[in-house]
Design a protein around this ligand. Sequence first.
Ligand code: DGL
Length: 282
Amino acid sequence: MLDPLFFVLMRNNSIGIFDSGYGGLTVFKSIIPQLPDYDYIYFGDNARAPYGDHSYETVYRYTLGCVEWLFSQGCSLVILACNTASAKALRTIQQNVLPHKYPERRVLGVIRPTAEVIDEYTRSKKVGVLGTRGTVKSASYQIEINKLYPDIEVVQQSCPMWVPLIENNEHLNPGADYFVKTYLERLLAKTTDIDCILLACTHYPLIIPKLETYLPEGIKLLSQGDIVAGSLKHYLDRHSEIEARLSRTAGQKFVTTGDPLVFDTLGSLFFGSIIKSASVSL
Ligand code: DGL
């Protein structure tokens, strides 16, 4: 349970950043240099991660529970720094929950901002997308990218073993090579001339050092952290009614539904600086 003092201290209007586990830390890490003054609460639902193979209903229910917890802590803006949740829960939350239950609050995802800029990263107009089974099955990237850029071919491959490897800190060990190589080869076998591979799961930047050893020359890897950070900055510039409500004491809090000691150890590696999290149970 959270220390009651935590609740007292955190009555700021923070930006909530949500992920099933550690992956959203790769986004949070990119947000801080661009928007250093705001307060943040990072929520990792580690006890129920990975989300990648769960049904729409389950991802929606889990995500909504975490978002509502962040709302209860005073957040009026929550970023789903998770592709699976963005693919399977965001629209329902935005369309069916916010308007009548939380009309003053906003929840944003990571798929649309990534789709918006994808054309800047491909010349061949062939983009590979690596994601969880949930993200790939939803076809959200194909749909969103082709709405904006009908001439871009989007080829997808799910990588169901990567999030478990990362959540268990096994992703850079020798056993991970087979899964890294296999999923990459499966993707590249689907078409020729891919020149950009989008890492459409916020966990995947952690696996880049391994991926690079198998990546053919001429193909770029694209992570979402800086894209989402830039898009958030742009959003706040355009929505002064939301921006004006956010508190600015540069506070950073971390909560996990998992074991905080484990979260702090692994999360600090992913985040690049020391994390001290609190436990939360939903
Ligand atoms: N970081 C999440 C994503 O971007 C991980 C999904 C999972 O928990 O499987 O999709």
